[in-house]
Design a protein around this ligand. Structure first.
Ligand code: COA
Length: 159
């Protein structure tokens, strides 16, 4: 049984450590913008008291960019639960569109978004060249040794 709560100030050190351990950095670049992820809004998925998922986002007014999504217990529905939560939140926040960026090497995430009903709207070819100017620590290769070159933009339009 999963529950969700907002990230609070007291969670931020843990979030920072998680990002360093799992992503090698607390900074993310998306569409040419650098984000300090531990400072963003976010939600935690909980199984009892245990944190099993983390999602951070940027509220843009009429839309919302999901900056990071991580499941600590893969393939048990945590990722889908977090995306569903963001959809449930949307009417009260005025979001008509949820969107996110992933990279071309992250084929498992692409499958996940598509299986959750999200649509690939744009492939930003060679976007990582500009991203690396802002964040030089982005590795050249990613999952499966695939060169990381493109940003893939996924969205969920909301009625
Ligand atoms: C992507 C991620 C968040 C998915 O979370 P999750 O909790 O494992 O996903 P769910 O269990 O909710 O999966 C929902 C459905 O998505 C699909 N799916 C999820 N992970 C998948 C994978 N690795 N390969 C193929 N399909 C996958 C399946 O259809 C799955 O349903 P099923 O398990 O009943 O077959 C998780 O794999 C993760 O944390 N990855 C590392 C961080 C990351 O890459 N984040 C995205 C950055 S853009």
């Amino acid at each position: 049984m999963l529950s969700v709560r907002p990230i609070e100030e007291t969670d931020r050190a843990l979030l920072r450590q998680f990002l360093v351990d799992n992503w090698g950095s607390t900074r993310m670049v998306s569409r040419g913008k650098l984000h300090d992820v531990p400072a963003l809004d976010g939600v935690l998925a909980l199984a009892g008291d245990e944190i099993v998922g983390i999602l951070t986002y940027v509220d843009e007014g009429g839309s919302c960019e999901i900056m990071t999504i991580d499941s600590l217990t893969p393939r048990l529905g945590v990722g889908r639960f977090l995306l569903d939560h963001m959809e449930r939140l949307a009417p009260s926040r005025g979001w008509m569109r949820l969107w996110l960026i992933t990279t071309n090497d992250n084929v498992p995430a692409q499958k996940f978004y598509e299986d959750c009903g999200w649509t690939l709207v744009t492939v930003h070819k060679n976007a990582l060249e500009a991203s690396r100017m802002l964040k030089p620590e982005i590795p050249l290769t990613g999952i499966g040794g695939v060169p990381i070159t493109d940003e893939l933009e996924y969205e969920k339009r909301l009625g």
